[in-house]
Design a protein around this ligand. Structure first.
Ligand SMILES: Cc1cc2nc3c(=O)[nH]c(=O)nc-3n(C[C@H](O)[C@H](O)[C@H](O)COP(=O)(O)O)c2cc1C
Length: 221
């Protein structure tokens, strides 16, 4: 597949066939993804291939309340877990129900479950002293995560990056033996897609690009 096609057509896949994905394929995917960039080329990632059914179940059960909370907040029109609008957090305790989730309800059957952690001691958090939540550290780990999904796609697989586990890291971290000063960045689910979506809904360039300033005129051609 052309790189450009891959970039433009790799959507989130949450439904997988029963087809097993061999360890060799998982290894090959990670062997491609390791070429992702990171600040100072420190490559602060570690990956756990989650195979044990009990562990998968425990992770799934830990993450389900996060999904319930996410859905409950989304239903109010707010962005879940935003650091900007604290009222969204208060709403979180109001209505969470048991909302079905294709990934978490079937975690035992998903062909590949990867937990990705980041070594906070190896990340130069350039915005750490600003009076707002940090964001730059993620830039040293999520390109790797995305490369995992792209590398999977190049082999006919699909998948999705999720961050449920981070919200409950005090529970999921110890389950996975997360070392001190490491952060759970993502849980990535992979497999052969039941349906490969290729038409993605994304904003047009002039909706998010301006000239010379973020309040400048749209960058249109
Ligand atoms: C950092 C990040 C976190 C995400 N977290 C979740 C998640 O917790 N659960 C989930 O189902 N999808 C998650 N996604 C997938 C997004 O929902 C998906 O990329 C987006 O809705 C676009 O979907 P599409 O590619 O099918 O158009 C995440 C994606 C990213 C990049």
């Amino acid at each position: 597949m052309e790189l450009r096609d891959g970039i433009r057509t790799t959507g989130a896949i949450r439904g997988f066939t029963d087809q097993v994905v061999d360890d060799q394929v998982v290894h090959d995917i990670l062997d491609d993804a390791r070429f992702a960039p990171s600040g100072g080329n420190r490559q602060p990632w570690r990956v756990v291939v989650v195979k044990d059914p009990t562990l998968r179940h425990q992770l799934g059960e830990s993450m389900k309340p996060v999904w319930d909370e996410y859905v409950a907040i989304s239903a109010t029109g707010k962005t879940p877990f935003t650091v900007v609008d604290a009222s969204a957090y208060q709403l979180a305790s109001v209505t969470p129900g048991n909302v079905p989730n294709d990934l978490l309800d079937n975690i035992g059957n998903i062909p590949v479950v990867l937990a990705v952690a980041a070594d906070l001691g190896s990340i130069a958090m350039m915005d750490k002293d600003l009076d707002r939540a940090t964001i730059t550290g993620g830039a040293s780990i999520y390109p790797f995560c995305w490369s995992v999904v792209l590398a999977a796609r190049s082999r006919g697989l699909g998948g999705v990056i999720t961050t449920f586990a981070s919200r409950v890291e005090p529970t999921t971290g110890p389950l996975l033996g997360l070392p001190q000063n490491w952060a759970l960045a993502a849980t990535i689910f992979l497999g052969h897609p039941i349906k490969q979506t290729t038409k993605l809904k994304r904003h047009a360039v002039d909706k998010f690009t301006t000239i010379d300033a973020f309040n400048g005129s749209p960058f249109t051609i």
